[in-house]
Design a protein around this ligand. Structure first.
Ligand SMILES: Nc1ncnc2c1ncn2[C@@H]1O[C@H](COP(=O)(O)OP(=O)(O)O)[C@@H](O)[C@H]1O
Ligand SMILES: [Mg+2]
Length: 225
Protein backbone atom coordinates (compact mmCIF):
# COMPACT_ATOMS: atom_id res chain seq x y z
CA UNK A 1 0.00 0.00 0.00
CA UNK A 2 1.09 3.52 -0.69
CA UNK A 3 0.49 6.56 1.52
CA UNK A 4 1.10 8.86 -1.45
CA UNK A 5 -1.74 11.03 -2.73
CA UNK A 6 -3.46 10.06 -5.95
CA UNK A 7 -3.21 12.57 -8.78
CA UNK A 8 -5.09 10.61 -11.43
CA UNK A 9 -7.37 7.63 -11.28
CA UNK A 10 -8.24 5.97 -14.55
CA UNK A 11 -11.13 3.52 -14.56
CA UNK A 12 -12.16 1.06 -17.27
CA UNK A 13 -10.91 3.17 -20.16
CA UNK A 14 -11.98 1.95 -23.60
CA UNK A 15 -10.97 3.32 -26.98
CA UNK A 16 -11.45 1.96 -30.47
CA UNK A 17 -10.47 3.41 -33.82
CA UNK A 18 -12.75 3.01 -36.81
CA UNK A 19 -10.40 1.56 -39.40
CA UNK A 20 -12.84 0.90 -42.23
CA UNK A 21 -16.61 1.31 -42.46
CA UNK A 22 -17.17 -2.08 -40.90
CA UNK A 23 -13.96 -2.66 -38.99
CA UNK A 24 -12.79 -1.08 -35.77
CA UNK A 25 -9.63 -1.67 -33.79
CA UNK A 26 -10.04 -1.85 -30.03
CA UNK A 27 -6.88 -0.34 -28.55
CA UNK A 28 -7.83 0.24 -24.91
CA UNK A 29 -10.01 -2.54 -23.51
CA UNK A 30 -10.93 -1.41 -20.03
CA UNK A 31 -7.67 -0.01 -18.73
CA UNK A 32 -7.51 1.09 -15.09
CA UNK A 33 -4.63 2.60 -13.14
CA UNK A 34 -3.67 5.11 -10.48
CA UNK A 35 -0.97 7.74 -10.75
CA UNK A 36 0.43 9.20 -7.54
CA UNK A 37 1.53 12.80 -7.04
CA UNK A 38 5.19 13.61 -7.67
CA UNK A 39 5.92 10.19 -9.14
CA UNK A 40 7.83 9.62 -12.33
CA UNK A 41 5.92 6.82 -14.01
CA UNK A 42 7.08 5.04 -17.14
CA UNK A 43 4.70 3.44 -19.60
CA UNK A 44 6.16 0.57 -21.57
CA UNK A 45 4.78 -1.94 -24.03
CA UNK A 46 5.21 -3.09 -27.61
CA UNK A 47 4.76 -0.77 -30.53
CA UNK A 48 1.01 -0.54 -31.21
CA UNK A 49 0.11 -1.40 -27.61
CA UNK A 50 -1.79 1.87 -27.24
CA UNK A 51 0.73 3.90 -25.24
CA UNK A 52 0.34 7.08 -27.28
CA UNK A 53 -3.43 6.64 -27.33
CA UNK A 54 -3.47 6.46 -23.54
CA UNK A 55 -1.21 9.50 -23.23
CA UNK A 56 -3.41 11.52 -25.58
CA UNK A 57 -6.48 10.67 -23.52
CA UNK A 58 -4.71 11.52 -20.24
CA UNK A 59 -3.77 14.84 -21.82
CA UNK A 60 -7.38 15.41 -23.04
CA UNK A 61 -6.13 15.64 -26.63
CA UNK A 62 -8.47 12.76 -27.38
CA UNK A 63 -11.57 11.31 -25.70
CA UNK A 64 -12.19 7.73 -24.60
CA UNK A 65 -15.25 5.83 -25.83
CA UNK A 66 -16.04 5.02 -22.22
CA UNK A 67 -14.41 5.00 -18.82
CA UNK A 68 -13.20 7.75 -16.54
CA UNK A 69 -10.15 9.90 -15.99
CA UNK A 70 -10.38 11.57 -12.59
CA UNK A 71 -7.74 14.24 -12.02
CA UNK A 72 -7.56 15.58 -8.44
CA UNK A 73 -11.13 14.47 -7.92
CA UNK A 74 -12.44 15.98 -11.17
CA UNK A 75 -13.90 13.65 -13.78
CA UNK A 76 -12.29 15.52 -16.68
CA UNK A 77 -14.47 14.30 -19.53
CA UNK A 78 -17.58 15.58 -17.73
CA UNK A 79 -16.23 19.11 -18.21
CA UNK A 80 -17.42 21.26 -21.10
CA UNK A 81 -15.15 21.67 -24.12
CA UNK A 82 -13.92 25.11 -23.03
CA UNK A 83 -13.21 23.93 -19.49
CA UNK A 84 -11.30 20.95 -20.86
CA UNK A 85 -9.05 23.31 -22.86
CA UNK A 86 -8.48 25.44 -19.76
CA UNK A 87 -7.72 22.36 -17.74
CA UNK A 88 -5.21 21.19 -20.37
CA UNK A 89 -3.49 24.59 -20.65
CA UNK A 90 -3.15 25.01 -16.91
CA UNK A 91 -2.46 21.54 -15.64
CA UNK A 92 -0.69 19.61 -18.35
CA UNK A 93 2.62 19.94 -20.17
CA UNK A 94 3.53 17.85 -23.20
CA UNK A 95 6.90 16.62 -24.42
CA UNK A 96 7.00 14.64 -27.66
CA UNK A 97 9.64 12.53 -29.37
CA UNK A 98 10.31 15.28 -31.87
CA UNK A 99 10.60 18.68 -30.28
CA UNK A 100 8.01 20.43 -32.52
CA UNK A 101 9.57 23.83 -31.91
CA UNK A 102 8.46 26.63 -34.20
CA UNK A 103 11.37 27.08 -36.63
CA UNK A 104 10.96 30.84 -37.11
CA UNK A 105 11.22 31.62 -33.42
CA UNK A 106 14.15 31.62 -31.00
CA UNK A 107 14.44 29.27 -28.03
CA UNK A 108 13.19 31.90 -25.60
CA UNK A 109 10.29 32.81 -27.88
CA UNK A 110 9.31 29.17 -28.27
CA UNK A 111 9.13 28.85 -24.49
CA UNK A 112 7.25 32.13 -24.06
CA UNK A 113 4.63 31.25 -26.67
CA UNK A 114 3.35 28.49 -24.41
CA UNK A 115 2.74 31.01 -21.61
CA UNK A 116 1.02 33.43 -24.01
CA UNK A 117 -1.61 30.82 -24.87
CA UNK A 118 -2.78 30.62 -21.28
CA UNK A 119 -2.38 34.28 -20.37
CA UNK A 120 0.55 36.65 -20.20
CA UNK A 121 3.86 35.99 -21.92
CA UNK A 122 6.29 35.45 -19.06
CA UNK A 123 9.82 36.16 -20.24
CA UNK A 124 11.37 35.97 -16.78
CA UNK A 125 9.95 32.51 -16.22
CA UNK A 126 11.03 31.37 -19.69
CA UNK A 127 14.59 32.59 -19.01
CA UNK A 128 14.67 30.90 -15.64
CA UNK A 129 13.62 27.59 -17.20
CA UNK A 130 16.10 27.81 -20.07
CA UNK A 131 18.85 28.37 -17.50
CA UNK A 132 17.47 25.45 -15.53
CA UNK A 133 17.75 23.13 -18.55
CA UNK A 134 21.30 24.32 -19.23
CA UNK A 135 20.66 26.65 -22.17
CA UNK A 136 21.67 30.03 -20.76
CA UNK A 137 23.83 30.66 -23.84
CA UNK A 138 21.31 29.41 -26.39
CA UNK A 139 18.26 31.57 -25.65
CA UNK A 140 18.44 33.57 -28.86
CA UNK A 141 19.17 30.58 -31.09
CA UNK A 142 16.61 29.25 -33.52
CA UNK A 143 15.82 25.51 -33.58
CA UNK A 144 18.00 24.98 -36.69
CA UNK A 145 20.94 26.37 -34.69
CA UNK A 146 20.48 23.89 -31.85
CA UNK A 147 21.57 20.27 -31.49
CA UNK A 148 18.88 17.59 -31.10
CA UNK A 149 19.54 17.38 -27.37
CA UNK A 150 19.39 21.15 -26.97
CA UNK A 151 16.15 21.40 -28.94
CA UNK A 152 14.59 18.73 -26.73
CA UNK A 153 15.67 20.74 -23.65
CA UNK A 154 13.89 23.79 -25.07
CA UNK A 155 10.81 21.62 -25.55
CA UNK A 156 11.07 20.54 -21.91
CA UNK A 157 11.33 24.17 -20.77
CA UNK A 158 8.29 24.95 -22.93
CA UNK A 159 6.32 22.11 -21.32
CA UNK A 160 7.11 23.50 -17.87
CA UNK A 161 6.47 27.20 -18.43
CA UNK A 162 2.93 27.19 -17.05
CA UNK A 163 4.00 25.10 -14.04
CA UNK A 164 1.71 22.19 -14.94
CA UNK A 165 0.90 19.60 -12.32
CA UNK A 166 1.42 16.81 -14.82
CA UNK A 167 3.93 16.40 -17.62
CA UNK A 168 3.21 13.82 -20.31
CA UNK A 169 6.14 12.72 -22.42
CA UNK A 170 5.93 10.40 -25.43
CA UNK A 171 9.35 8.80 -26.01
CA UNK A 172 11.19 12.02 -25.14
CA UNK A 173 14.60 10.41 -25.61
CA UNK A 174 13.60 8.22 -28.57
CA UNK A 175 15.28 10.50 -31.07
CA UNK A 176 18.49 11.17 -29.09
CA UNK A 177 21.86 9.43 -28.79
CA UNK A 178 22.70 7.77 -25.47
CA UNK A 179 24.58 10.72 -24.03
CA UNK A 180 21.83 13.23 -24.79
CA UNK A 181 19.17 10.75 -23.70
CA UNK A 182 20.91 10.33 -20.34
CA UNK A 183 21.17 14.04 -19.79
CA UNK A 184 17.49 14.55 -20.62
CA UNK A 185 16.68 11.75 -18.17
CA UNK A 186 18.78 13.35 -15.42
CA UNK A 187 17.13 16.65 -16.17
CA UNK A 188 13.63 15.18 -15.75
CA UNK A 189 14.50 13.66 -12.38
CA UNK A 190 16.10 16.94 -11.25
CA UNK A 191 13.06 18.96 -12.31
CA UNK A 192 10.69 16.63 -10.48
CA UNK A 193 12.73 16.97 -7.30
CA UNK A 194 12.75 20.74 -7.59
CA UNK A 195 9.24 21.51 -8.83
CA UNK A 196 7.35 18.52 -7.34
CA UNK A 197 5.58 17.73 -10.58
CA UNK A 198 4.28 14.37 -11.77
CA UNK A 199 5.68 12.85 -14.96
CA UNK A 200 4.19 10.08 -17.11
CA UNK A 201 6.72 9.00 -19.68
CA UNK A 202 6.32 6.53 -22.53
CA UNK A 203 9.70 4.96 -23.11
CA UNK A 204 11.53 2.09 -24.74
CA UNK A 205 14.56 2.77 -22.57
CA UNK A 206 14.62 -0.07 -20.04
CA UNK A 207 17.34 1.54 -17.96
CA UNK A 208 15.23 4.67 -17.62
CA UNK A 209 12.06 2.69 -16.85
CA UNK A 210 13.83 0.79 -14.07
CA UNK A 211 14.79 4.03 -12.37
CA UNK A 212 11.23 5.38 -12.33
CA UNK A 213 8.98 5.27 -9.26
CA UNK A 214 6.72 2.84 -11.06
CA UNK A 215 6.41 1.07 -14.39
CA UNK A 216 3.10 0.53 -16.16
CA UNK A 217 3.26 -2.19 -18.77
CA UNK A 218 0.54 -2.13 -21.41
CA UNK A 219 -0.51 -5.38 -23.03
CA UNK A 220 -3.66 -6.38 -24.88
CA UNK A 221 -5.33 -3.04 -24.15
CA UNK A 222 -4.95 -3.16 -20.38
CA UNK A 223 -2.26 -2.79 -17.73
CA UNK A 224 -0.28 -6.00 -17.49
CA UNK A 225 0.13 -7.01 -13.86
N1 LIG B 1 -6.11 7.76 -35.41
C1 LIG B 1 -6.00 6.44 -35.57
N2 LIG B 1 -6.79 5.77 -36.42
C2 LIG B 1 -6.71 4.43 -36.57
N3 LIG B 1 -5.84 3.66 -35.89
C3 LIG B 1 -5.02 4.25 -35.03
C4 LIG B 1 -5.04 5.67 -34.82
N4 LIG B 1 -4.10 5.98 -33.89
C5 LIG B 1 -3.52 4.83 -33.55
N5 LIG B 1 -4.06 3.78 -34.22
C6 LIG B 1 -3.71 2.37 -34.07
O1 LIG B 1 -3.93 2.01 -32.72
C7 LIG B 1 -2.91 1.16 -32.23
C8 LIG B 1 -2.25 1.79 -31.02
O2 LIG B 1 -1.54 2.94 -31.44
P1 LIG B 1 -0.65 3.80 -30.44
O3 LIG B 1 -1.48 4.24 -29.32
O4 LIG B 1 0.01 4.84 -31.26
O5 LIG B 1 0.40 2.69 -29.94
P2 LIG B 1 1.88 2.87 -29.32
O6 LIG B 1 2.07 4.29 -28.97
O7 LIG B 1 1.89 1.95 -28.13
O8 LIG B 1 2.83 2.39 -30.37
C9 LIG B 1 -1.97 0.92 -33.39
O9 LIG B 1 -2.31 -0.30 -33.99
C10 LIG B 1 -2.25 2.09 -34.31
O10 LIG B 1 -1.98 1.75 -35.64
MG1 LIG C 1 3.46 5.72 -29.61
Amino acid sequence: MSDKEILIEVTDLKKSYQVTKTNSLEVLKGLSMKIYKEDIVSIVGKSGAGKSTLLHILGTLDKPDSGKVVFEGQDVFLLKEKQISEFRNKKIGFIFQFHHLLPEFTAIENVMIASMISGEPDRARAEELLIEVGLKDRMEHKPSELSGGEAQRVAIARALVNSPKLILADEPTGNLDTENANSVTDLIFGLRDKYKQTFIIVTHNEEFAKNCDSIITMKDGVVDV
